[in-house]
Write a protein that binds this ligand. Structure first.
Ligand SMILES: Cc1cc2nc3c(=O)[nH]c(=O)nc-3n(C[C@H](O)[C@H](O)[C@H](O)COP(=O)(O)O)c2cc1C
Length: 354
């Protein structure tokens, strides 16, 4: 088992940056990730698509072709040269897509044929097509192959993206999943797809190379569950059967459109505690953390590690700045998802340059 938190407890959260033209990771990502790498620090990549049906946004990286695997290699090498630990987040967007992103303009796939509310986030999401039971093993297999490819590219492991309203969560949450077969209805049935993926991926690459990200409490992209406490706890317990290396969970306070990083005083919402206590291996908390909230989460044994998204995006030397307790660069929301290879990507200043 990798002792993930033996060096640093600060994690780079997965951050989509939309700079992988034609789904191929680009040379500018070498600089971006190596800027954020430290000896013993865990970095998680932006979400990488497991197949050609997995995409729903422009310029997402993929991990399903030989060309993509080759393109990841120098990025992984650069992070390893600095002593970093690097996990690749593997995902499928499911219904969070449009005909334009799908092969032959087909309908996006999901657990359901109910679409995301048209116009949500300014996009006219195309109505999805409900996967038949017979089709599900091939999607599970896409995750397995993506994990194999990630190892081939040199990654230390993969994080299965089962959060934020994407395909796996479309099965998990009862306000989206309206199936009547063994993949819908009870908690056990709704979790079946996620756990089949965990099983396939751990069988393929080994449990000590697998983590998973969940967000039972968030309601992004119409993805809501009527009993997130029960869902989160059930999954934390079931995941113990696979002995995966970490469970990474997003706080309910996440709202990526709000400023949430100010101040030290707000109480950590202890809603993740039952999941943390139930899960046997490393627990990572994310969502709205700053230095003082992160320190408190560790001091109170609320989490083993804390993942930082927007603050790490804007501060390539975030661990150093936290150590010295010095001011941070502010993030520029307008360049989160623009495709420029430098601006808003690799040009955030280091402390010495600020
Ligand atoms: C620009 C941007 C891109 C993101 N991309 C992903 C992603 O690819 N995968 C994922 O699981 N979460 C993604 N998230 C969510 C973040 O990982 C994180 O959970 C969120 O930003 C809250 O943490 P923070 O308050 O530290 O930023 C993204 C968030 C932002 C702001």
């Amino acid at each position: 088992m990798i002792l993930l938190f033996s060096f640093y407890r600060i994690v780079l959260a997965p951050l989509t940056r939309s700079r992988s033209y034609n789904n191929v990771p680009q040379p500018h990502a070498v600089l971006y990730y190596s800027q954020r790498a430290t000896k013993g620090g865990l970095l998680i990549t932006e979400a990488a698509c497991v197949s050609d049906t997995a995409q729903g946004y422009p310029h997402m990286p993929g991990i399903w072709t030989k060309e993509q695997v080759e393109a990841w290699k120098p990025i992984v090498d650069a992070v390893h040269k600095k002593g970093g630990i690097f996990f690749c987040q593997i995902w499928h967007v499911g219904r969070v897509s449009t005909y334009d992103f799908q092969p032959n303009g087909q309908a996006p796939i999901s657990s359901t044929d109910k679409g995301v509310t048209p116009g949500l986030d300014g996009v006219d999401w195309s109505p999805p097509r409900r996967l038949s039971k017979e089709e599900i093993p091939s999607i599970v297999n896409d995750f397995r192959l993506a994990a194999r490819n990630a190892i081939e590219a040199g990654f230390d492991g993969v994080e299965i993206h089962a959060a934020n309203g994407y395909l796996i969560e479309q099965f998990l949450k009862d306000q989206v999943n309206d199936r009547t077969d063994e993949y819908g209805g009870s908690l056990e049935n709704r979790s079946r797809f996620a756990l089949e993926i965990v099983e396939a991926v751990t069988n393929e690459i080994g449990s000590n190379r697998v983590g998973i990200r969940l967000s039972p409490y968030t309601d992004i992209l119409d993805s809501v569950d009527s009993n997130p406490d029960a869902l989160g706890l059930y999954l934390a317990n079931e995941l113990n059967n696979f002995d995966i290396v970490y469970l990474h969970v997003i706080e309910p306070r996440l709202d990526v459109n709000e400023e949430v990083h100010q101040g030290a005083e707000d109480q950590i919402p202890h809603s993740l505690l039952p999941m943390r206590k139930a899960f046997n291996n490393t627990f990572i908390a994310a969502g709205g953390y700053n230095r003082s909230k992160g320190n408190r989460a560790i001091a109170e044994n609320y989490a083993d590690m804390v993942a930082f998204g927007r603050l790490f995006l804007a501060n390539p030397d975030l661990p150093k700045r936290f150590e010295l307790d010095v001011p941070l660069n502010k993030y520029d929301r307008s360049t989160f998802y623009t495709s420029d290879p430098v601006v808003g990507y690799t040009d955030y200043p280091f402390l010495e340059q600020a």
